[in-house]
Design a protein around this ligand. Structure first.
Ligand SMILES: Cc1cc2nc3c(=O)[nH]c(=O)nc-3n(C[C@H](O)[C@H](O)[C@H](O)COP(=O)(O)OP(=O)(O)OC[C@H]3O[C@@H](n4cnc5c(N)ncnc54)[C@H](O)[C@@H]3O)c2cc1C
Length: 456
C-alpha cells in the first residue's frame, strides 16, 4: 500500500464514520425493541395454568424478565463488536454498559423483594425450598458479587487484569444460573414463544461472549513486531510496530486507539488500550507512546525490538476528521494525553491539510513535555495555522512560557471567541474534568466539546 492509498483509506473511513446519527438511532431503537420484546410477549401470551396475579407479583415478574433481558444484552454491548461500537465509540458504550448493570442489578434485587412484600416470605427466609428457588438465591449472590467487584474494584485492591478475569467468569455464571432459574421457577416461561425468546437471548449473549473472547480476534487481530523502542522523556517510551506477514497496517483515523497484547519473555500476556500516536498516512508502521504509570506500563521500557504483539483496532471517535468543520480547533492536552493530538497533527502535516489549531499543552515540568521539538517544527511548518502553548505547573526558574495550570482566563485568551471553536480534551481525569468545566463556563456547547478518557 502506498502513502496515497493510505490517505485514500483514511478518507473512506472518515466518510463511512462521519455521520453516526442514523446508525446510532437504529441501534438504540433495536436495543429498546429487544428490551420490550419479552415483556410484550409475556403479557400477550399468558400460560394456560396461570391464575390471577396480585399487582406486586406481576411487578416482580416483570422486573425479573426485564433485568434478565438487560443482562443478556450486556454481553452484546461489551463484546466490542464493530457494528455496535462505531456510531458511539467504545468509551460511551462501556459507560452505557456500567449504567445498565446498575439498572439490571436494581431490577433483579427488587424481583424477590417484591415477592416478599406480596407475602411470599418463604422465598427468602425458608431453608427448605425447591431447587429453582435455591438457584435464584445463588443467582442473586453472584449478581451482587459482579456489581461489588466492579464498583469497589480499587477498594478491594483488585488489579484490572484480575478484575477482568473474575468479571468474565462471574458474568457467564450469572447468565447460566439466571436462565436456569427463570426456566424452572414460576410460570412465565412455560409458553413456547417465551421459551423461544429466552433461548434466543441466551444464545445471543453466549455467542457475543465467545466472539469477543475467542473468535473476533481472527477477523480484527493482526500480529505486529516491535521495530523500535524510543525513549521520549524520563518516563515515556514510543513503541513502533511493523505488521508481520503483510505490507501495510490497518486503516485508522488520527486520534483513534487500539488494544495491544504484549507477548514478552518471562511476562504474562496482557492487553492494554493505547492511542495510536503515528500518522495514518504512513501505511508501513503504527506507533503508540506509553507513559510508565502503573504495574504494567512500568515494564514498557523492557520491550525489545523483535518482540511480538497482537494489535486490535482501530476504536474510538476522538478525531478531528469526524466532526463538522469549525473556524478553530482547540486541543487541550495534559501529559501523555498528547498522544491522540500528535497523531492528528502529524496527519495534518503529511496531508498538507492544516487547520487553524491551538494546542494548550499542560505538564508538571519542562522535562515531561512530549514531542517538544517536533511540535516546535510543526508550528513553523504549518505557516502560522498551528499555535502551541505550553503550560507548566512546576516550571524551573529558566522557564519562559506559561506557568501554573490552565485557567479560564488563559483558555479565553488563547482560544479566542469560543463560539467559533471546537474543543478536544485528553489528559489525566482531574485535569480533564476541570478543563471541560472551564470550556463550558466560557460558553461552549457540549456538542463542541470532545473528550478521550484514558480509562474504559
Ligand atoms: C482509549 C485509551 C487510550 C489510551 N491511550 C494511552 C496512551 O496513548 N498512552 C498511555 O500511556 N496510556 C494510554 N492509556 C492508558 C493506559 O491504557 C493505561 O495507563 C494502562 O492500561 C494502565 O495499565 P497499568 O497496569 O500500567 O496501570 P494500573 O495502575 O494497573 O491501571 C491504571 C488504570 O488503567 C486502566 N487499565 C489498567 N489495565 C487495563 C487494561 N488491561 N485494559 C484497560 N484498561 C486498563 C484501569 O482503569 C486502571 O484503573 C489509554 C487508555 C485508554 C482507555
Amino acid at each position: 500500500m502506498s502513502n496515497r492509498e493510505a490517505f485514500d483509506a483514511v478518507a473512506t473511513l472518515r466518510d463511512r464514520c462521519c455521520d453516526p446519527s442514523r446508525a446510532a438511532a437504529a441501534r438504540v431503537t433495536l436495543y429498546v425493541v429487544l428490551l420490550a420484546l419479552p415483556l410484550i410477549v409475556s403479557t400477550i401470551v399468558q400460560p394456560s395454568r396461570a391464575g390471577p396475579q396480585t399487582f406486586l407479583a406481576l411487578l416482580a415478574d416483570r422486573f425479573g424478565i426485564l433485568g434478565f433481558t438487560i443482562v443478556c444484552l450486556q454481553f452484546v454491548v461489551a463484546a466490542r463488536l464493530r457494528w455496535v461500537e462505531w456510531p458511539f465509540g467504545l468509551d460511551m458504550l462501556f459507560r452505557f454498559h456500567r449504567s445498565m448493570a446498575i439498572v439490571a442489578g436494581a431490577l433483579l434485587v427488587s424481583h424477590p423483594l417484591l415477592m416478599v412484600l406480596d407475602g411470599e416470605t418463604d422465598l427468602v427466609l425458608a431453608l427448605a425450598v425447591a431447587w429453582p428457588i435455591q438457584l435464584g438465591r445463588l443467582t442473586l449472590v453472584v449478581l451482587l458479587a459482579v456489581i461489588a467487584t466492579s464498583v469497589f474494584r480499587r477498594r478491594l485492591h483488585l488489579r484490572f487484569e484480575q478484575w477482568r478475569v473474575s468479571h468474565n467468569a462471574l458474568s457467564v455464571t450469572l447468565l447460566v444460573l439466571a436462565s436456569t432459574h427463570s426456566l424452572f421457577a414460576g410460570e412465565d416461561l412455560s409458553t413456547w414463544p417465551m421459551r423461544a425468546i429466552w433461548a434466543g437471548f441466551v444464545t445471543g449473549a453466549l455467542a457475543a461472549y465467545v466472539h469477543h473472547q475467542f473468535l473476533w480476534h481472527r477477523r480484527t487481530q493482526a500480529w505486529y513486531e516491535v521495530s523500535d523502542v524510543r525513549q521520549e522523556t524520563h518516563d515515556t517510551w514510543t513503541l513502533v510496530l511493523k505488521p508481520v506477514g503483510q505490507d501495510h497496517v490497518f486503516s485508522y483515523l488520527p486520534g483513534q486507539f487500539h488494544f495491544i497484547t504484549f507477548y514478552r519473555a518471562g511476562m504474562p500476556p496482557e492487553e492494554h488500550p493505547f492511542s495510536i500516536s503515528s500518522n495514518p498516512g504512513n501505511p508501513r508502521e503504527l506507533a503508540s507512546t506509553v507513559k510508565a504509570s502503573g504495574d504494567f506500563t512500568q515494564t514498557i521500557k523492557h520491550t525489545q525490538p523483535g518482540d511480538r504483539v497482537l494489535v486490535r483496532g482501530p476504536y474510538g471517535r476522538f478525531s478531528h476528521l469526524l466532526a463538522p468543520p469549525a473556524d478553530r480547533l482547540v486541543f487541550v492536552a495534559g501529559g501523555v494525553g498528547i498522544t491522540p493530538f500528535i497523531s492528528m497533527l502529524r496527519y495534518m502535516r503529511h496531508a498538507g491539510a492544516w487547520q487553524p489549531t491551538v494546542l494548550l499543552y499542560a505538564n508538571k515540568t519542562e522535562d515531561d513535555i512530549l514531542f517538544r521539538s517536533e511540535l516546535d517544527d510543526m508550528v513553523y511548518q504549518s505557516g502560522g495555522q498551528l499555535r502551541v502553548v505550553h503550560i507548566v505547573s512546576r516550571a524551573s526558574a529558566a522557564w519562559v512560557g506559561e506557568r501554573g495550570r490552565l485557567d479560564v482566563e488563559r483558555l479565553q485568551r488563547y482560544s479566542g471567541p469560543v463560539g467559533a471553536c471546537r474543543f478536544y480534551v485528553c489528559g489525566p481525569p482531574p485535569m480533564m474534568r476541570n478543563a471541560v468545566l472551564m470550556i463550558a463556563e466560557c460558553g461552549a456547547g457540549v456538542r463542541n466539546i470532545h473528550t478521550e478518557r484514558f480509562a474504559l
